[in-house]
Design a protein around this ligand. Structure first.
Ligand code: FES
Ligand code: FES
Length: 160
């Protein structure tokens, strides 16, 4: 089957690319658009490494075809830095040792961002539950939870 054209907005910029109709969104982002910050792990919706924001909500880009994303607005990990400065959530992950190997980190950050949108003042239990579907093999989650707790007031201040 011939390739199809997919047009969408990524990190505020209009982007387009051609791919086979069966191409997963995560592969389209990485291979057609060169946005390799979004990681691909399990490819069947379990690990959360591929999480991006689609029209503002966290979603697993391995569970969607690229053609289904035609016309949507996506934010990937590459879109978090602004004017050369880390996003407050990225700063907090750095300060609180919220990562080790970094494989889960893009999906963890995008999931945490969505959690803070839905629950701007999350309890520790909220954070643990909200991030429980993103698998981290390294950190034991302790630093990640601390980082999200530290980032919450900074993210609120930035969005109010
Ligand atoms: S690669 Fe998408 S959930 Fe694991
Ligand atoms: S930091 Fe290694 S998997 Fe999370």
């Amino acid at each position: 089957m011939s390739d199809v054209l997919v047009r969408l907005t990524v990190n505020g910029q209009p982007r387009e690319g051609r791919c086979a109709p069966r191409t997963l969104l995560v592969d389209f982002l990485r291979e057609s658009l060169g946005l390799t910050g979004t990681h691909v792990g399990c490819e069947h919706g379990i690990c959360g490494a591929c999480t991006v924001l689609i029209d503002g909500e966290a979603a697993r880009s391995c569970l969607m075809l690229a053609v289904q994303a035609d016309g949507v607005a996506i934010v990937t990990i590459e879109g978090l830095m602004q004017d050369g400065a880390l996003h407050p959530l990225q700063e907090a992950f750095r300060e609180h040792h919220g990562l080790q190997c970094g494989f889960c980190t893009p999906g963890m950050l995008m999931t945490a961002l969505d959690l803070l949108r839905v629950k701007p003042e999350p309890s520790e239990a909220d954070i643990r539950e909200g991030l429980s579907a993103v698998l981290c093999r390294c950190t034991g989650y302790h630093g990640i939870v601390k980082a999200v707790q530290a980032a919450a007031p900074r993210v609120r201040a930035g969005t109010s």
